[in-house]
Design a protein around this ligand. Structure first.
Ligand code: LMR
Length: 396
């Protein structure tokens, strides 16, 4: 049965974790996966999460099955966060939201639903995009193409190319867009450019799928989520996947969601019923712990304020590390202008380094980034940034 099975390649991102764990270099630094580490290089357990966990543990609740679409308070918390508390679209009951296994889970439920809905549609992702976008939509049965996004030669956005590719897409094409903190490049388009993208999506009858895995890591929760409101205001039926892996530092709990904006409550109810089939036939219903924690934090004004403060702390520290990296590279003798690192946002910097340079960084210095040159600046700290800069300077 298995004689023809071939060895699959290692995952381009999570596979690096395995390699990193096996690396005996005492100076090794993991800038591969998108995970925030604090100033001591530790994965934080947020105080708001600890408080919610304590309250949940003290309540000694039994562990029954959750509803297929998850905890109602969680889904409502997600809606308020993504669309705004006073949003008309929520008041009108036009959003179907389900709890999902991380942002990836939200994307996969949406992909499976879209495949059923529109089996011949093509999917377009940005060039480059998060590696798993292509794999996930391909696995769901779609043909996946790209729209231009980043110009390696100028190390900047190719917005004209992006717009032209969206305008050329066939009606029904699913366009995967990064709502904020573009992964891997760290370059986001401006609000004025978003307006043009929205016009193109509307005029071309495309389906927008917004991946929002980093809400709060660019400028703030409301600021980073604003683009969702613009799609809704344009009257579009938009998909939004949410992840709390990074913003709550709850990576392993797999806490995410999928929201689908519909044109009426009746339509949203029907869509929800279909999403529930996707969930039920994949993993039945979501796990309790992470969703309960996030629901409690989002629903409690004191914990919510504490979360916003802690999230702002992560955001601010990442920005400081961007500056430290850019300045450190200069001090280490790198002649080319690396100032772009401080204009990028979110967890990643697309360094412009080649695959060969990234492999050397890994093999000779124990500094791990992806082959595409992406580095997770959220894993830098005062103690490792100097070593990282010196290592990069040696391979450039
Ligand atoms: C990343 O891009 O590194 C993260 O989103 C983690 C992952 O699942 O790939």
């Amino acid at each position: 049965l298995f004689s023809s099975v071939e060895m699959a390649p290692r995952d381009p991102i999570l596979g690096l974790n395995e390699q990193f764990a096996a690396d005996t270099n005492p100076d090794k630094v993991n800038l591969g996966v998108g995970v925030y580490f604090d100033e001591n290089g530790k994965l934080p357990l947020l105080a708001c999460v600890q408080a919610a966990e304590k309250a949940l543990m003290d309540a000694h609740k039994p562990r029954g099955y959750l509803p297929i679409d998850g905890i109602a308070a969680y889904d409502n918390g997600v809606k308020a966060l993504v669309f705004g508390t006073d949003s008309d679209v929520i008041k009108q009951g036009r959003v179907a939201t389900v709890q999902a296994l991380g942002g990836t889970g939200g994307l996969k439920i949406g992909a499976d639903f879209l495949k059923k809905l529109n089996p011949n549609a093509k999917v377009l992702i940005s060039d480059p995009s998060w590696e798993n976008h292509r794999a996930l939509f391909t696995q769901a049965g779609f043909e996946v193409g790209t729209y231009r996004y980043y110009d390696a030669a100028t190390r900047s956005l190719n917005f004209d190319g992006m717009l032209a590719d969206l305008k050329a897409a066939a009606p029904g094409t699913v366009v995967v867009l990064h709502a904020c903190c573009h992964n891997p490049t760290g370059y986001d388009i401006t609000p004025a450019q978003w307006a043009q993208v929205i016009d193109a999506v509307k005029a071309g009858k495309l389906t927008a799928f917004l991946d929002m895995a980093y809400q709060g890591f660019a400028e703030g929760i409301a600021e980073d989520g604003a683009v969702v409101g613009e799609f809704v205001a344009a009257g579009l039926a938009v998909f939004v996947s949410t992840s709390f892996s990074k913003s709550f530092s709850l990576y392993g709990e797999r806490v995410g969601a999928l929201s689908v904006v519909c044109s009426s409550k009746e339509e949203a109810d029907k869509v929800l019923s279909q999403l529930k089939i996707m969930i039920r036939t994949n993993y039945s219903n979501p796990p309790t712990h992470g969703g309960a924690v996030v629901a409690m934090v989002l629903g409690d004004p004191k914990l919510r304020a504490q979360w916003e403060e802690e999230l702002a702390g992560m955001r601010t520290r990442i920005k400081a590390m961007r500056r430290a990296l850019a300045e450190g590279l200069k001090a280490a003798g790198v002649k080319q202008d690396m100032g772009f690192i401080t204009t990028q946002v979110g967890m990643f910097s697309y360094s412009g380094l080649s695959k060969d340079q990234m492999v050397r960084l890994r093999n000779e210095f124990g500094v791990y980034g992806t082959d595409t040159g992406r580095m997770c600046v959220a894993a830098l700290n005062e103690k490792n940034v100097g070593y990282v800069c010196a290592s990069i300077a040696k391979v450039i």
